[in-house]
Design a protein around this ligand. Sequence first.
Ligand code: DQA
Length: 142
Amino acid sequence: MKRILVLNGPNLNLLGVREPDVYGTVTLADIEREVAAYAAERGATVDCFQSNHEGVLIDRLHAARGVYDGIVYNPGAHTHYSYALRDAVSSIDVPTVEVHLSDISSREDFRKVSVIAPVCIAQIKGKGKEGYKEAVDVLLGR
Ligand code: DQA
């Protein structure tokens, strides 16, 4: 049985009420439920975790070593500047897929850069909650 960690960074706890014109009205709980069901149909289990704190996310990534077969990770705004989280991903040797609900390449200039994508096996953007399921497919297809 494959184990997948679905990790979400800052402000993603506010999905559903946060900038619905950009992120839609789906909540994080909706996404987590759907991804867990999607993974279960494919014989995998999912644990979900969200934090607004960089250090807490680093600790969660470290704790994933040897426990999970893959990580689906939406780093939120950390995407664009957190070398600490990039180093955490590259330190743990667990294949990680970066996911964004919105298409970060067609928004403000600062969002076009991801410092985390180079240490991930794939980046999926602009597909809303479906992107999380696509990330599961990428991990299970390895
Ligand atoms: C996001 C895109 C980021 O630029 C932003 O800071 C987020 C959400 C997305 O899912 O589209 O918090 O990661």
